[in-house]
Design a protein around this ligand. Structure first.
Ligand SMILES: Cc1cc2nc3c(=O)[nH]c(=O)nc-3n(C[C@H](O)[C@H](O)[C@H](O)COP(=O)(O)OP(=O)(O)OC[C@H]3O[C@@H](n4cnc5c(N)ncnc54)[C@H](O)[C@@H]3O)c2cc1C
Length: 306
């Protein structure tokens, strides 16, 4: 069977595309990746998604999007796309579960993954103190002293969330000014559990079987110091999940897909939505908007094909 539309990815971009495509009777197939929901499922506090004046947790928001897409007939499969052939039409996809699909159109909503620190000890101590998800792991750090790396929205938002568990949250930032929204900055500066460590980068994560400390370097004085911490949460940017499309879809040097204003890639019938191409806004509502746009373009493209 040839699918009308396959959507790769189940973050806000993919699930929004699925809602629109299902309502457009395309019976879309969503291949979710390892888990459903994408990055927004990693946070406990979403206060800026319209329609939820009291806020909503990331996992709840994703569940509602999934329910809405399925209600109109979207099929959602937990599977990872391992290879694509976009040189022939219908396009061909192979997945980790050993399945092969053929589709007339494709929306790439593969988003981005957290950038790692790439320092000694990080890999060995991941899951033993090093984490990229406060919602998933915050609970394990009850009454412990921890660190958060970064100075953007995610670092502050997750740092504030972690104060519910930790006795002290050291926010380590390589500059002396934050990038985060002012409302988050104000809250963090007023929180007695939060301590800022400015102008510092992590050189090493230390511990024997579980994390015990971070070695920090002051970027101005080059002084090295050891900060005791039983956990560290890393929010230092993202890498787009686009390796799968190398050699087939045009991308910039950092791997973000290149699209036109209507989200068409260089291959007719292949569209991109969300953080697979957007390296500027990085917000759930923006990715959801891109999901809607990509689907509307895919629908038009399919109609012309017939
Ligand atoms: C800790 C944290 C807190 C945040 N808080 C907020 C907030 O409060 N408000 C806000 O607006 N935004 C927030 N964001 C940002 C928001 O999560 C992202 O902007 C949004 O999730 C991007 O959506 P996306 O659909 O483009 O990509 P993603 O959410 O990255 O989703 C990508 C999807 O593609 C899938 N995928 C990747 N590769 C494959 C493959 N080979 N095969 C199949 N599937 C694949 C993944 O499994 C995932 O489902 C936060 C992000 C983080 C990390």
């Amino acid at each position: 069977m040839t699918e009308n539309l396959v959507i790769i990815g189940s973050g806000p971009a993919g699930l929004t595309a699925a809602i629109y495509a299902a309502r457009g009777n395309l019976m879309p197939l969503v291949l979710t990746g390892q888990e459903i929901g994408g990055q927004i499922a990693l946070t406990n506090e979403v206060e800026n998604f319209p329609g939820f004046p009291d806020g909503i947790t990331g996992p709840e928001l994703v569940q509602l999007m999934q329910k809405q897409a399925e209600k109109f007939g979207a099929r959602i499969e937990i599977d990872v796309v391992e290879s694509v052939n976009l040189k022939m039409h219908p396009f061909q996809l192979k997945t980790q579960n050993g399945l092969e699909y053929e589709t007339r159109s494709l929306i790439v909503a593969t988003g981005a993954s957290p950038r790692r620190l790439n320092v000694p000890g990080e890999r060995e101590l991941t899951g033993r103190g090093v984490s990229y998800c406060a919602t998933c792991d915050g609970f394990f750090f009850r009454n412990k002293e921890i660190a958060v790396i970064g100075g953007g929205d995610s670092a502050l938002q997750e740092g504030l969330f972690l104060t519910r568990f930790a006795s002290k949250v050291n926010i380590i930032h390589r500059r002396d000014a934050l990038r985060a929204q002012p409302i988050l900055q104000d809250r963090a500066r007023q929180d007695p559990k939060i301590n800022f460590v400015w102008n510092s980068v992590v050189k090493e994560v230390r511990g024997n079987g579980k994390m015990e400390s971070l070695m920090l370097e002051n970027v101005q004085t080059r002084a090295v110091s050891e900060l005791p911490a039983q956990g560290v949460f890393v929010y230092v940017g993202h890498i787009p999940n686009t390796g799968l499309f190398k050699g087939q879809l045009e991308m910039n040097d950092e791997g973000y897909l290149q699209v036109d204003a209507q989200l068409h890639t260089n291959i007719p019938g292949v569209f991109a939505a969300g953080e697979s191409h957007d390296h500027i806004f990085r917000q759930a509502v923006v990715s959801a908007g891109y999901g809607c746009m990509a689907e509307m373009e895919a629908e038009k493209w399919l109609a012309n094909l017939k």
